[in-house]
Design a protein around this ligand. Structure first.
Ligand code: DGI
Ligand code: FE
Ligand code: FE
Length: 190
């Protein structure tokens, strides 16, 4: 299947605003992949597909996750916002026949991050933060950091998310903490 095929499939699964976001993330992921030496083709595919199940019903998402044999933790189950990353990774495998572990993982961890992220994980994580449609306070700073150092941008994004979740007294997934600690200790060594 080509990127065009993927676009057609996910275009039917979401409203136009999210479809636009997906295309913007793909575009940004391609730019970052070229800049930092990641696989450009994989970046485009993972970018377009990263939110594939974001507008999918809870039942269908749980079904996809179960059929993929993924056991969600109690914490993941209780954080509805985390489901789409997990179900999305299951969807691209089961429904689109994608078997590339790097693409699957970059979708799986695009919301939380994780310890020891691959280059593709980082590209998708950061592209999601700075895609053309993003306009939160601080996005300009994020874009500037992303143009200087990819690891710094990942750390900045993780710090931003953790601060935001803590401020709102929302649970924070272990993968999010582990990703943050990993990147922060990496920087401490630099
Ligand atoms: O799908 P998008 O909207 O493009 O972006 P995303 O997949 O990064 O989702 C962002 C949302 O996920 C945002 O509301 C914060 C939330 N989130 C990120 N990490 C965690 C989290 N929510 C919980 N409960 N725990 C996390 O660790
Ligand atoms: Fe997402
Ligand atoms: Fe997204």
């Amino acid at each position: 299947m080509t990127v065009k095929d993927y676009e057609e499939i996910i275009g039917k699964r979401m409203k136009s605003a999210r479809f636009k976001h997906s295309r913007n993330v793909a575009k940004e992921a391609v730019r970052l992949a070229k800049k930092y030496g990641a696989d450009v083709q994989k970046a485009e595919i993972a970018g377009i597909l990263h939110d594939a199940t974001k507008e999918t019903s809870d039942d269908e998402q749980l079904n996809l996750i179960q059929r993929a044999g993924i056991q969600m933790t109690v914490m993941e189950l209780s954080s509805r916002k985390l489901w789409h990353a997990i179900s999305g990774s299951a969807f691209v495998q089961a429904e689109l026949g994608i078997d590339d572990k790097e693409i699957i993982d970059s979708i799986r961890y695009h919301t939380t991050g994780r310890a020891n992220m691959t280059l593709l994980d980082k590209v998708i994580f950061v592209a999601d933060f700075i895609s053309a449609d993003r306009d939160y306070d601080g996005v300009d700073k994020m874009r500037k950091i992303a143009d200087k150092d990819l690891d710094d941008a990942v750390l900045e994004g993780m710090a931003f998310t953790i601060a935001d979740l803590a401020q709102r007294k929302i649970t924070i997934a272990p993968d999010t903490f582990e990703g943050y600690n990993y990147m922060a200790s990496l920087r401490a060594k630099k």
